[in-house]
Design a binder for this molecule. Structure first.
Ligand code: MIC
Ligand code: SF4
Length: 642
C-alpha cells in the first residue's frame, strides 16, 4: 500500500515505535527554532543539561516577541540569548530581522526535514513539505541536545483541494473555512496533509498562511507536498539546492478525508473571541471598525504587503480607522522599501511597525475600549490584544484593507475594483546582515554567557507526592487558552525569564484574586472543561502554576502542547472518567487524592474524594508510561538527570 507524505517523512526519521495512530513514537529532529519569549527558558534548560553544543543540523534562536525596551529586562534577555547562541553553536536572528516563522521559511526550511520549535506556529514551514511541530521550550532544548522527540503518532487527515481560488479569496479563507467546519479542537492528534488538484495553484504564500493557522485547529502540524511552487519559492530565496520533489504515493490512504472546493470559497472572517467562530464576511459587513492590522506570522509576507499597497494606492485610510502594517521580516521590509510599496502604504495613512510580533501578542497598538479591530492575524482570544472588551476579528489581508478603506467591515469584492494579486518575485532580496552564524567550538568555548538581573534561576522541581490534599483553586469552562492561564502583553512578557515574578500573573485576566489565593491556600487543583490549554506553546502556563503549588489539573480534555508541557514539569494532567463528574466539584472544595505515584506507574485511574461534598469519582491521568515516570520524578529535567 502506498504511503502518504507524512508517513514517508516520519518513517525516515523514526527512532522508536510504530507508525500507528495513538502509539508513542520518537523521531530524530533535524532543525529547531526558539523565539525570545520561550527561548530564554529553553536555553536556561539547555544549559542545565550540561551539553556543550547543539547536536542538530540547524538550530536558530530568534528575537521577535519581546521587542519593547521600556526597561532593561528584554534587552538583557536578548543579550543573554545572543551570547548563549554563540556559546552553543546556534544561529542567532537579531531583533529587527523578523518574526521567527517568516524568517525560518525564507532562510532555513528544507523539504523532508523535521523541525521542532518552541512556538505553536512552527507548522508554518509545513508549507515547504517539512514536518514542523510546535512544542514547549524544554522539548526543544532536549532536541537541541540530540534527544529524539517523543509524541503520540498522529492520525493523518487528507485535505483534498479541488478548483481554484477566485478573485479576492485567499489562503486565509481556506483555513478559516476549515476552522469553521472542524473547530479549535478538531485537529487534536492529527496532521493535515493537503492533496488534490487544487494544491498546484496555491502559491507558497497561500500555503504558509494555511499551515500557520492550522495551529488554531489544535493540529500537530500541517503539510503540503514539495512541488513546482516549492521550487519557485526556494529558488527565489537563492536556496534552490535544498529543493527535492516530495509527495504522497498515488495510492496513499488517509485516516480521515476533508474536501474543500476552492471555486466556491468566499471571503471569511473569524468573529470574537475564537478563531473558529467563522462567518462569511458578508454576514457581518457594515460593522464600524476602529482598527485594521496587517501583520503577524500568518500574513506579513512580501506578497501580503504588496497586495495591501495595491489596494491602498492613491487612497486614504478611513478617518475612523487606524491601520497598522507590520512587515514580517527585514527581507520583506527591505523589499517594500526599494519599491514604491512602502511609499503607497505610508501615503495612505498606514502606521508602519517594526518587524516583530507586535500587536499580535498585545505588545502595543491595543484597540480602543469596546471597539472592533479586523486583523490579518491568527488569534483573537479575549483580551489578547491588550484591551479586554475589544472585539477582534481575523480575516485575509484583502478583507482587512477593504475594512480600513471603508471604516467598516467590508467584503473586498464590494470595493468594485479588480483584484490584482501580487505575483511572487523571481528573486527575493537576500541580506542576512542581522543573522549571526554559529562559530566553531574553539571560539565558542571562549564566549562568556551574559545574564542580566531579570534572569531568575529555574525553580526547584520536586518528585510527585503520593497524596494530594488540596482545594480547588479555580474552576473554568471550555477552550481555556494559554493566554487565559498565562497572559502575555507588554507588562507581563518581560518576565518570561523570571518564573517567580511571572507567576503573579497566572489567570490574572480571569480572576484577579488567583495569585493571592494560590499563595494563601498553598497551591491547589485547577478544574476545567474541554480543550484546556489551547493556543500557544508557552511552557510558563505549566511552569508558573507549578511554582504556585499546582500538581493536578483536572479537565474534560486537553490541547496537545499544553498537555505535554504539564507532564514535562511534573503536573498530573487528568480527565474525568465520567464527564458529568465535572459538576461534582466547585471552587474551594477540598479534594483528596491518594496513591498517586503507584497509580501513575501502573497506568491506573485515580480516585478523587471531594471532602466538602462527601463524594468520590474517578479520573484518568493522560499520560504514557514514560510520561508517568517523568511526572513521578518531578519533571523532564529531573527525569533525564537521574
Ligand atoms: C503566541 O502566538 O501566542 C505566541 C506568543 O507566539 C506563543 C509563544 C509564547 O507564548 O511565547 C505561541 O504561539 O506558542
Ligand atoms: Fe508572534 Fe503572533 Fe506569530 Fe505568535 S502568532 S509567533 S505572537 S506573530
Amino acid at each position: 500500500m502506498g504511503q502518504n507524505l507524512t508517513q514517508k517523512i516520519l518513517a525516515a526519521h523514526l527512532v522508536t515505535g510504530e507508525l500507528v495512530p495513538g502509539k508513542e513514537i520518537s523521531v530524530r529532529v533535524d532543525q529547531t527554532l526558539t523565539q525570545d519569549a520561550t527561548g530564554t527558558m529553553a536555553h536556561l534548560q539547555f544549559e542545565a543539561m550540561g551539553v556543550p553544543r547543539i547536536k542538530t543540523k540547524v538550530s536558530v534562536s530568534y528575537v521577535d516577541h519581546n521587542m519593547l525596551q521600556d526597561g532593561f529586562e528584554n534587552a538583557d534577555d536578548h543579550r543573554y540569548l545572543q551570547s548563549v547562541a554563540a556559546r552553543i553553536g546556534e544561529w542567532f536572528s537579531r531583533p529587527g530581522n523578523g518574526i521567527c516563522h517568516q524568517v525560518h521559511r525564507e532562510r532555513f526550511a528544507v523539504p523532508g526535514d523535521i523541525l521542532l520549535g518552541s512556538d505553536s506556529h512552527t507548522p508554518t514551514c509545513g508549507a515547504l513539505a517539512m514536518i514542523a511541530v510546535g512544542v514547549g521550550g524544554l522539548d526543544v532544548a532536549m532536541a537541541m541536545a540530540g534527544v529524539p522527540f517523543t509524541l503520540p503518532c498522529p492520525k493523518v487527515v487528507g485535505v483534498k483541494l479541488t478548483g481554484k481560488l477566485q478573485p479576492w479569496v485567499a489562503g486565509k479563507d481556506v483555513i478559516l473555512e476549515l476552522l469553521r467546519r472542524l473547530t479549535v479542537k478538531g485537529g487534536v492528534g492529527r496532521i493535515f496533509e493537503y492533496t488534490g488538484e487544487g494544491v498546484a495553484s496555491l502559491t507558497a504564500t497561500h500555503r504558509f498562511t494555511i499551515t500557520n493557522m492550522g495551529a488554531e485547529l489544535g493540529a500537530t502540524t500541517s503539510i503540503f507536498p514539495s512541488d513546482e511552487q516549492t521550487k519557485i519559492y526556494l529558488e527565489a530565496q537563492g536556496r534552490g539546492d535544498v529543493y527535492q520533489p516530495m509527495a504522497a504515493d498515488a495510492d496513499a490512504t488517509y485516516d480521515e478525508v476533508v474536501e474543500i472546493n476552492l471555486d466556491t470559497l468566499e471571503p471569511m472572517i473569524a468573529c470574537p473571541h475564537s478563531p473558529d467562530n467563522v462567518k462569511k464576511v458578508r454576514e457581518v459587513k457594515g460593522l464600524k471598525a476602529a482598527q485594521a492590522s496587517i501583520g503577524s506570522c500568518t500574513n506579513s509576507s512580501y506578497e501580503d504587503l504588496t497586495n495591501a499597497a495595491r489596494m491602498l494606492k492613491g487612497k486614504q485610510v478611513s478617518p475612523g480607522t487606524s491601520l497598522t502594517v507590520t512587515p514580517g521580516s527585514k527581507q520583506v521590509f527591505e523589499m517594500i522599501a526599494r519599491e514604491e510599496t512602502l511609499f503607497d502604504l505610508i501615503a495612505s495613512g498606514a502606521r508602519i511597525l517594526e518587524s516583530s510580533c507586535g500587536p499580535c501578542i498585545g505588545n502595543g497598538q491595543s484597540p480602543p475600549s469596546g471597539s472592533v479591530s479586523v486583523r490579518s492575524f491568527n488569534r483573537n482570544f479575549e483580551g489578547r490584544s491588550g484591551t479586554k472588551d475589544a472585539q477582534v476579528y481575523l480575516a485575509s489581508v484583502e478583507t482587512s484593507i477593504a475594512t480600513a478603506l471603508k471604516g467598516e467591515i467590508t467584503d473586498p469584492r464590494d470595493l468594485g475594483i479588480a483584484a490584482q494579486p501580487a505575483v511572487a518575485p523571481s528573486k527575493y532580496l537576500v541580506n542576512d546582515s542581522l543573522l549571526v552564524a554559529p562559530i566553531g567550538p574553539e571560539a565558542s568555548a571562549k564566549i562568556e554567557v551574559v545574564r542580566g538581573p531579570n534572569i531568575a534561576p529555574l525553580p526547584d522541581f520536586t518528585p510527585m507526592p503520593d497524596v494530594l490534599a488540596q482545594k480547588v483553586l479555580l474552576k473554568v469552562g471550555d477552550n481555556i487558552s494559554t493566554d487565559h492561564i498565562m497572559p502575555a502583553g507588554a507588562t507581563i512578557l518581560r518576565y518570561r525569564s523570571n518564573v517567580p515574578k511571572i507567576s503573579e500573573f497566572v489567570f490574572s485576566r480571569v480572576d484577579a484574586e488567583f495569585f493571592k489565593r494560590a499563595r494563601e491556600w498553598n497551591g491547589g487543583v485547577i478544574v476545567g472543561g474541554d480543550n484546556y490549554g489551547q493556543g500557544s506553546s508557552r511552557e510558563h502556563a505549566a511552569l508558573a502554576p507549578l511554582y504556585l503549588g499546582i500538581r493536578l489539573v483536572l479537565v474534560r480534555s486537553f490541547a496537545r502542547i499544553h498537555l505535554a508541557n504539564l507532564i514535562n514539569f511534573g503536573i498530573v494532567p487528568a480527565v474525568f472518567k465520567d464527564v458529568a463528574d465535572y459538576e461534582k466539584v466547585a471552587m474551594g472544595d477540598e479534594l483528596e487524592v491518594k496513591d498517586i505515584r503507584a497509580a501513575l506507574d501502573g497506568a491506573k485511574n485515580l480516585t478523587v474524594f471531594n471532602k466538602t461534598r462527601n463524594v468520590s469519582f474517578e479520573i484518568v491521568p493522560q499520560t504514557t508510561p514514560r510520561g508517568a515516570k517523568i511526572i513521578n520524578a518531578g519533571g523532564l529535567l529531573k527525569f533525564t538527570s537521574h
